[in-house]
Design a protein around this ligand. Structure first.
Ligand SMILES: [Zn+2]
Ligand SMILES: [Zn+2]
Length: 97
């Protein structure tokens, strides 16, 4: 079984470096999905490094954001949106202008 890297533990501090298991009510580590990110990974890694936890996080983001629609999956657009959310620390909104 793969262990989370120190960087993985930093990214998922509540679940000891694993992706949170959505089947659990409280933050529980999903031991199938360790974060194996390294220090050079983007802060919103989408699993490019082979990290299963961040790949899952990106997949869930795409699902919630509606990128898995009936049309073709636009990975470049999804990735850009995924990184954009991080850049602002939240989903962009115009309500606080
Ligand atoms: Zn990761
Ligand atoms: Zn990574």
């Amino acid at each position: 079984m793969t262990e989370p890297t120190p960087e993985g533990r930093r990214r998922y501090p509540h679940t000891q470096g694993y992706f949170p298991d959505p089947a659990q009510i409280e933050a529980a580590p999903d031991r199938e999905l360790p974060c194996t990110c390294v220090h050079g990974c983007p802060s919103r890694c989408a699993g490019e490094c082979g990290c299963k936890a961040c790949e899952q996080a990106f997949a869930e983001f795409c699902d919630v954001a509606g990128f898995y629609g009936p049309g073709e999956f636009d990975e470049a657009a999804a990735l850009a949106a995924y990184r954009e959310v991080h850049a602002h620390g939240r989903v962009p909104s115009r309500t606080d202008a």
